[in-house]
Design a protein around this ligand. Structure first.
Ligand code: G3I
Length: 351
């Protein structure tokens, strides 16, 4: 598979340099969200994935909606397929996610369960899933996006207060981490969130949450900063990114950039302008540079890797082209920027 994959990529004009090898030299895992159907049915997708990345995460197939669409029936096939692909290509498998307000199956979301029933359902789910992937998943997004957008506290959710699992405040979050740790004591456990990339009310709330969890002895090992951003966001200066990362690193937590994509305006054909692609490359450069400043930042993962497969055009009308490779798997200026920063000043000028 690997020889054929390499030949396929060389034929497709793939870059000889790889993000994974440059990242390894800097102690940073380079990852991407992926889907088993794309791996199975698109050979260039699979080959690029294996060549460029050493960390992989299911975009949807390891969420509750993907694993347990029917009550009591666990579908581990997609996750096991990813685990096999990861092992075959020397990659780490990252898990996403064990507890979220969204993408829950209808039987759960509309089941009118009591808090006590939800407590048992969540305990059983986390114990079963984290237990199944023990030794296969090296890190989990245990809880995803539990904070209110304005930083005022926790967002409403089936797990918190609608109706919740019978615990108050962040206690449900504490409990999910304890269940995950009991099921797989070796896995690194992360809290994952969006719009927390610089210092703002929401990232302040996440800092308070993480600090409180540590103070309560909860087994939290890191935070996931999603980085779903635009090339034009003025608040995301290098200084702002570094100040935010510095405070989580100072807590002794690892930082994973978990869902990086940098959206830019596109025309009806999904084409972006050269200037927007350049601005995007600079943003990717700034984000990778900020991560490399902190040893605590141990992974950089994009949310997909080719513009052929991205959630952005569906979610942000008029935007797209958010990833390092274009729809034909050709590297974009963003890829070159990431690689250059990872290689560092001396190595970059040396070649
Ligand atoms: O697989 C079904 C398909 O059979 C059906 O025909 C189609 C139309 O209804 O839906 C397909 O499922 C969709 C799924 O993506 C796979 O494409 C769901 O409707 C759609 O809601 C789901 O969206 C995903 C979303 O999370 C919700 O889970 C996006 O692909 C995914 O990129 C997005 O990822 C999230 C992270 O998990 C958390 N952070 C934010 C990020 C973006 O929203």
């Amino acid at each position: 598979m690997r020889i054929l994959a390499v030949l396929l990529l060389l034929a497709a004009g793939a870059p000889a340099q790889t993000l994974r090898s440059a990242g390894e030299r800097r102690g940073v895992l380079m990852g991407t969200a992926a889907d088993t159907m794309d791996i199975a049915h698109d050979a260039t997708y699979a080959a690029t994935l294996a060549q460029q990345y050493n960390m992989i995460e299911a975009e949807n197939e390891m969420k509750w909606g993907g694993i347990q669409p029917t009550q009591g029936v666990f579908n581990f096939t997609p996750g096991d397929t990813l685990a096999t692909f990861a092992e075959a290509h020397g990659m780490k498998l990252r898990g996403h996610n064990l507890c979220w307000h969204s993408y829950n199956p209808r039987w759960l979301a509309k089941g009118d369960f009591t808090p006590s029933q939800l407590y048992t359902l969540l305990e059983t789910y986390i114990t079963t899933v984290a237990g199944h992937f023990k030794g296969k998943v090296f890190a989990w997004d245990v809880v995803n996006e539990a904070l209110a957008g304005d930083g005022s506290g926790l967002r409403d959710s089936i797990w918190y207060n609608q109706p919740g699992i019978g615990l108050t405040g962040p206690a449900y979050i504490d409990q999910t981490f304890r269940w995950a740790h009991a099921a797989d004591p070796q896995a690194l456990l992360f809290y994952n969130e969006y719009d927390v990339e610089d210092i703002n009310p929401k990232s302040d709330a996440m800092y308070s949450l993480a600090k409180g969890m540590l103070a309560r002895g909860v087994p939290i090992h890191g935070v996931g900063l999603q980085f779903h951003v635009s090339a034009s966001q003025g608040s995301l200066t290098p200084a702002a990114l570094e100040a935010n990362m510095a405070r989580f690193a100072a807590l002794g937590l690892q930082i994973h950039i978990t869902e990086l994509d940098v959206r830019i305006p596109v025309d009806a054909d999904g084409k972006a302008s050269a200037s927007d692609l350049a601005a995007q490359a600079q943003r990717y450069r700034d984000i990778v540079s900020a991560c490399l400043k902190y040893p605590a930042c141990t992974a950089i993962q994009t949310w997909g890797f080719t513009d052929k497969r991205s959630w952005i055009p569906h979610a942000y009308k008029g935007y797209g082209a958010a990833l390092p490779f274009d729809k034909e798997y050709q590297p974009k200026p963003a890829f070159a920027s990431m690689l250059q920063v990872l290689k560092g000043p001396t190595e970059s000028t040396g070649n």
